[in-house]
Design a protein around this ligand. Structure first.
Ligand code: ZN
Ligand code: ZN
Length: 602
């Protein structure tokens, strides 16, 4: 296409800030030749102005400009792309795909779906690229309804079985946490490829369904397909969720044998997995064997020390990272704050928090604020924590107040607890745990009227508490127990074992903390029975019964360990000469010789 252009000197076209040699610019008659050098929207608009002034703006140029904007999809580039797009009377599907690709990389990917529904009147037929981009946009925005509508459309247009479409259909459902629908799509596929397996396995791992992820991994291994590094990342994180160390070690062997240990991400996942399975030594040895360590790898190691209560080691690891000239990110700082919080290093934590913006240029997020509240609260600086939340530059969440409520409960400050409870209720009154904590606080000081009032309130609001669930790994099988559980096949034997255990513990000086059971009308014997069958006690007893003497018992609990179970676990570790490693929702507790690594500070 030969487009005559006036000599460049006759145009009032501002010179672009590029390094292009002058001769090249001078002899370039065509405005788009400058496009690859364009670095800002302002420059793009100058190019467009040049085209308009030269009477060169046509559909072809608009498409080129749109394409350029969607390759650099900042919000302002995408706004401009949309402005240009709206000037095209009959956009084709290719042009729409460009727009969708651009939106998919912005913070508002759902705009791709909105645009698609607007332009459907142009009788566009989606191609191999259209559905994947739109479904990815739905996944990223957790837009399940729109995703389902696209699924319907894909079926109507016989595209749902397209090799490019079904993995993204699965990803859309997993992204929206609808694992049942994702599985239905997966089960319809006759010969799933490894990408499809990865989509569903990643989904299960992301939605905290590690057993399903692992069973699909076994299915994948039995097929002719080869797992990829993506598969391994999900499998390792599933293992971390289960806290199953033996399984984790087996997977580590598999990683080594199949050469996946060359991937930094896989090694980082292994550090995280070992830390969460309670084996800090293994986490350290993976870290030390890594030839190259990036920011996530260092952060994983710092977090590993943090959750095991080694505050000083986490801090020295951070300093080593700085000496290695690796830049910390927000997750590194989170690990550092977490370490300080769980080791009572308040001054170090505060210093880090106040320098994160100034020195490292990292803007604090809600999780960082949460760590600060947790740290101040644990250290008993409840009023400081209260003022810290009140003075935040952003609106605090219920979770933040909830953190302070736990601290008020640990330090027995009912008055402040009451004020915090009011703040929580202003934001969210549907969380059963809050009622339970506050009710226990009232019970401790004998305020039974308040306890009864809270219980009634829970009933009228239909709030239930999350049942305590603990799991223990025995012979590569993970066994789950719920508080007061009668579902496990060996429960009768188990209840008997727990009863025997209690007799031995009592001889060892154990006194059940019946204050933790806030029922005024319950006799002490009944309260003791409620405490006795807490899920973590059942899991520990099951471990004691089914593992050889002297071996470590590893337990994972879904919520925070209660004071009574903590006390019992310490005694069990001394009486039975067993190390017990318990991971609760907050951190690790290593019980050994009657003590816990948390120093009763959790
Ligand atoms: Zn308990
Ligand atoms: Zn502990």
């Amino acid at each position: 296409m030969a487009i005559p252009a006036p000599p460049i000197s006759s145009l009032s076209f501002p010179k672009l800030n590029t390094d292009t040699p002058k001769t090249h610019t001078t002899h370039s008659p065509y405005p788009l030749s400058l496009l690859p050098k364009c670095t800002s929207l302002k420059e793009l608009k100058q190019i467009q102005a040049h085209a308009i002034k030269s009477h060169l703006q046509n559909g072809f140029i608009l498409i080129k400009l749109i394409n350029f904007c969607t390759l650099n999809p900042t919000a302002s580039f995408m706004d401009h792309a949309r402005h240009l797009f709206d000037q095209i009377p009959h956009p084709d599907i290719l042009l729409f795909n460009h727009m969708a690709r651009g939106y998919a990389r912005t913070s508002t990917p759902i705009q791709a779906v909105a645009l698609f529904s607007q332009i459907r009147c142009f009788s566009l037929v989606p191609d191999d690229y259209t559905f994947p981009s739109l479904l990815k946009a739905c996944a990223a925005s957790e837009a399940l309804e729109e995703g389902k509508q696209l699924h319907c459309l894909a079926i109507k247009q016989s595209q749902s079985d397209n090799i490019y479409v079904y993995p993204t259909l699965i990803s859309m459902y997993t992204g929206c946490s609808d694992m049942d629908s994702a599985r239905r799509v997966f089960d319809r596929i006759l010969e799933p490829c490894v990408v499809t397996y990865n989509s569903i396995i990643t989904g299960y791992a992301r939605c905290s369904q590690p057993n399903e992820a692992l069973s699909l991994f076994r299915e994948l291994q039995a097929s002719d397909l080869k797992p990829t590094d993506v598969t391994m990342l999900s499998i390792i994180s599933s293992c971390a969720l289960l806290g199953a160390l033996d399984l984790g070690k087996w997977i580590h062997d598999y990683v080594r044998q199949n050469g996946f240990d060359q991937y930094v991400k896989v090694n980082t996942a292994l550090i995280d997995m070992y830390a969460k399975c309670g084996s800090l030594d293994d986490a350290v040895s993976v870290f030390e064997c890594m030839a190259f360590r990036d920011t996530p790898a260092w952060s994983a190691m710092i977090m590993a020390y943090a959750i095991h209560g080694h505050g000083h080691k986490a801090i020295s690891m951070f300093e080593e990272m700085r000496r290695a000239r690796v830049q910390p990110d927000e997750i590194t700082i989170l690990g550092y704050l977490y370490a300080c919080s769980h080791a009572g290093l308040v001054e170090e934590g505060c210093r880090c928090f106040y320098s994160m913006r100034n020195i490292y240029g990292i803007i604090p997020r809600m999780k960082h604020y949460g760590c600060m509240v947790d740290m101040l609260g644990r250290a008993g600086r409840l009023v400081d924590a209260y003022h810290f939340i009140e003075e935040l530059p952003i609106k605090p969440t219920a979770i933040l107040w909830r953190t302070l409520l736990s601290a008020c409960s640990s330090h027995g400050n009912l008055e402040l607890g009451n004020r915090v409870m009011e703040r929580i209720f202003e934001l969210d009154d549907s969380h059963g745990g809050d009622y339970v904590i506050f009710s226990n606080m009232c019970a401790r000081v004998g305020r039974w009227e308040d306890v009864n009032y809270i219980r009634k309130l829970m009933k009228t609001k239909g709030v239930t508490k999350v049942p305590g669930c603990s799991s223990v790994e025995v012979n590569n099988v993970v066994h789950e127990f719920f508080s007061g559980d009668g579902t496990h096949i060996e429960y009768r034997k188990l209840h008997q074992a727990v009863d025997d255990l209690f007799e031995k513990l009592k001889l060892g000086g154990y006194v059940p903390d019946t204050f933790l059971v806030s029922h005024a009308d319950m006799k002490d014997v009944e309260k003791e029975a409620t405490l006795r069958y807490h899920s973590e006690k059942l899991a520990i007893a099951f471990g004691l019964l089914n593992t050889p003497p002297g071996t470590t018992i590893r337990v994972v609990k879904n919520i925070r360990i209660c004071g009574d179970c903590h006390c019992a676990a310490k005694l069990i570790s001394a009486i039975f000469k067993r190390q017990i490693i318990l991971r609760d929702v907050q951190r690790f507790h290593h019980f050994r010789d009657g003590n816990c690594s948390c120093g009763d500070y959790w």
